[in-house]
Design a protein around this ligand. Structure first.
Ligand code: ADP
Ligand code: MG
Length: 256
């Protein structure tokens, strides 16, 4: 009996992929993240919503250590985020990030954008990296654009390349910070569809978005932030039909 329960505990522990405990961060006098406790389980899709300035981007940036925290801890797959060095680079590579602005290398081809990190960070063999890049570009529907430069692609295509580039690193979790906010309306769905497929394939995802349709259909959990705090967490059904806090009610009344 004892052995069985130990095994169960081990499994529970490893199912927690991203764990933030009492995370605090200031920008000068601004307390931008306040006592953030957040656990993201393997395979879970968490949508983070909230008013502008509530700390959503900062939260994402602390998870892959683009920002330091003042106190508290962040662990990825059981390993605490170290301050610097090689170990940080390794852990950071486990966290894929897609930004609002696509951040592709302008002077590299689409294919090179997707092979570069594999070769440099993951030390992949060039030919293998290219095969993988082509497969990923096909998967996000831009295989035919492999030899073009980012500026020759539409915004929606560029963002799908950015997703392929992040996936090429075999991340354990993908962070999306308003990935469709800079896109023309007709391109939003093609990017959301790729993200939904990724979710169906079991990728662990943290998605900051104002796309409530995506939140409803793809999220396992909605995290609502305001003024640097997690004010409410719920399933999408609960959150959209019956928000508990006044802040969430007010926010939803403005966007829905
Ligand atoms: P959100 O993504 O929810 O709109 P952010 O995380 O970008 O919010 O920002 C939260 C707050 O922190 C805002 O008031 C913003 O102006 C401030 N902020 C963000 N980045 C910095 C920074 N590098 N230096 C100072 N203030 C910042
Ligand atoms: Mg933001």
């Amino acid at each position: 009996m004892t052995e069985v329960s130990v095994a169960k505990e081990d499994k529970a522990a490893t199912d927690e992929l991203v764990v933030l405990k009492s995370v605090n961060k200031h920008f000068g006098a601004l307390h931008v993240l306040q006592d953030i406790d957040l656990t993201i389980t393997r395979g879970e899709v968490v949508v983070v919503i909230g008013p502008s300035g509530s700390g959503k981007s900062t939260l994402c940036r602390t998870i892959n250590r683009l920002e330091t925290v003042d106190s508290g801890s962040i662990a990825i797959d059981g390993k605490p985020l170290p301050a610097e060095g090689k170990e940080l680079a390794r852990l950071r590579a486990d966290v894929g990030m897609v930004f609002q602005s696509f951040n592709l290398f302008a002077h590299k081809t689409v294919l090179e954008n997707v092979t570069l990190g594999q070769v440099k960070v993951r030390k992949a063999d060039g030919k293998k990296a290219e095969e993988k890049a082509r497969a990923l570009l096909d998967r996000v529907g831009v295989g035919a654009q492999a030899d073009k430069y980012p500026a020759q692609l539409s915004g929606g295509q560029q963002q799908r390349v950015a997703i392929a580039r992040a996936l090429a690193m075999d991340p354990k979790v993908m962070l999306f910070d308003e990935p469709t906010s800079a896109l023309d309306p007709e391109m939003i769905n093609e990017v959301l569809e790729v993200m939904k497929q990724l979710a169906r394939d079991g990728m662990t995802m943290v998605v900051v978005t104002h796309e409530m349709g995506f939140a409803r259909s793809a999220a396992n959990r909605v995290v609502f932030m305001a003024d640097g705090r997690i004010v409410e967490e719920a399933t999408p059904d609960q959150f959209f039909s019956n928000p508990r806090s006044d802040r969430a009610k007010d926010f939803l009344s403005k966007i829905l």
